[in-house]
Design a protein around this ligand. Structure first.
Ligand code: ARG
Length: 468
């Protein structure tokens, strides 16, 4: 027997070539093979419990399915390109091997409940893998942050130098979103495993006495479906995975953008390791940050995947419609975009060489400590709004003179502002400005070390379920 379709009986002519080419899904849903075999094993046990298969028949089917699992693991499952989809392929191979017994496996189930079950199993695993990778990136950011707890860096708002921070502090500002994304991804995995659709059949269950609760438990789901129509129509879990992927990809794009900026000659704050640099086919001198750029660019795809599936679902009548076949490519594409991006960015961050002197210089010049001066006036009793005005005027004056705050001599301060004295000079050391910011969550080295410890604990494998 060759591959084909599971539904030809009521037609007098075989399907048109164009229909086969257009509607088949084996090209992409073959990735559900492992899940389909697992779900099929559970269904075989369900049929046996319902008295629809003898114990011998059950064991014959389970042995054949175990063989097929070994072939799947070895990548040698005998797909036939003519199989309409992965479910058809599994049933065909079982029937080729077991004859009539193989043909009995699809009783009481439909591809509608089967594909929803398969995709839930696949989604849960993918979510776990992505969450692990997001946590690994957070942990690497924390390691680099600890190492760079004292390295001065200009902090930016509007991409203008704003106030000095530490490099560690900035790196951790990328780690916390990754931890939150890991929680989102875990939640999407839990959503996929919350309800088991198997036993819902095409949409109305079956008359064969199958117990959906036992099937759900068999497959590790938290519970069986609440409603058999909803069971085959629901793709919330896929949307939830895609939403978590979109958030992760957006955060990764922001980290990617910082890496692109830092590794530019204009910033010159960091150099990618040779193993994480790319060259130009024409310009021999180039060292490009393609990993960071692609990490930034992948967000476009992943956001597209979320919108694509949401759009497929919008206005779709209950229960199953073939439109739902479009769910898989969106989910696979988001996973395929994000999983390697998380790993590559982790590697790039782990091996990045920082230019601490250049960052320190950028954090030291100009007027980055103007806010500290205004706060010194506040400490001397000046209302903040007035202090802001006075220091603003002082900045404008120095700017016209082509001078920075650091160029003011200690005994000159009093002539610039009556509330400032020679001790003002001591306020203008950026290292001191950082040390004065020991507030929890702030940029001081001690605070950075505490934050890094927290990130590492939250990112550790086997951690208790995280909160966000
Ligand atoms: N390949 C199909 C899908 O991914 C399987 C379900 C087909 N069901 C149907 N009623 N034609 O959705």
């Amino acid at each position: 027997m060759t591959g084909g379709i599971l539904w030809g009986g009521r037609f007098s002519a075989p399907p048109a070539e164009e229909l086969v080419a257009f509607t088949g899904s084996l090209a992409f849903d073959r990735r559900l093979l492992g899940a389909d075999l697992r779900a099929t094993r559970a269904h075989v046990r369900a049929l046996a419990r319902a008295g629809r298969l003898s114990l011998d028949e059950r064991d014959g089917l389970l042995t054949a399915l175990a063989d097929l699992e070994a072939l799947a693991a070895a990548g040698t499952f005998p797909f036939d390109e003519a199989d309409e989809d992965v479910h058809t392929a599994v049933e065909r191979v079982l029937t080729e091997r077991l004859g009539d017994l193989g043909a009995r496996v699809h009783a009481g189930r439909s591809r509608n409940d089967l594909v929803a079950t398969d995709l839930r199993l696949w989604t849960a695993e993918a979510a776990g893998e992505l969450a692990d990778r997001a946590r690994a990136l957070a942990a690497t950011l924390a390691v680099r942050a600890e190492e760079q707890a004292e390295t001065l860096l200009p902090g930016y708002t509007h991409l203008q130098r704003a106030q000095p921070v530490t490099l560690g502090h900035h790196l951790l500002a990328h780690a916390f979103p990754m931890l939150r994304d890991a929680v989102r991804l875990d939640r999407a995995g839990a959503a996929a495993m919350a309800r088991c659709p198997l036993g819902a059949g095409a949409l109305a269950g079956s008359t064969l006495g199958i117990d959906p609760a036992a099937t759900a438990a068999d497959l590790g789901f938290a519970a069986p479906f609440d409603n058999s129509i909803d069971a085959v129509a629901d793709r919330d879990f896929a949307l939830e995975l895609l939403a978590a992927c979109a958030s992760t990809a957006v955060h990764l794009s922001r980290l990617g953008e910082d890496l692109v900026l830092w590794t530019s000659q204009e910033f010159g704050f960091a150099t990618p390791d040779d193993r994480y640099s790319t060259g130009s086919s024409m310009m021999p001198q180039k060292r490009n940050p393609d990993v960071a750029e692609l990490a930034r660019g992948k967000a476009g795809r992943v956001l597209g995947d979320l919108v694509a599936l949401a759009t497929v679902l919008k206005g779709l009548p209950l229960a199953y419609d073939r439109d739902l076949q479009e769910d898989k490519e969106a989910v696979f594409d988001a996973f395929d975009a994000l999983a390697p991006a998380l790993a590559a960015v982790r590697g790039m961050v782990a091996t990045l060489a920082f230019d601490a002197a250049r960052m320190r210089a950028a954090a030291s010049g100009g007027f980055l400590l103007a806010t500290d001066l205004a706060e010194a006036l506040v400490a001397a009793g000046v209302p903040f709004r007035e202090a802001h005005e006075r220091i603003g005027e002082l900045v404008a004056r120095l700017e016209t003179e082509g001078r920075a705050l650091a160029d003011v001599a200690p005994d000159e301060w009093a002539s610039l502002d009556p509330a400032l004295g020679p001790e003002t000079a001591a306020l203008l050391d950026p290292g001191g400005a950082i040390a004065r910011r020991g507030l929890p969550g702030g940029p001081s080295p001690d605070s950075v070390r505490r934050q890094a410890t927290a990130v590492r604990a939250a990112a550790a494998p086997g951690r208790p379920p995280a909160r966000d």
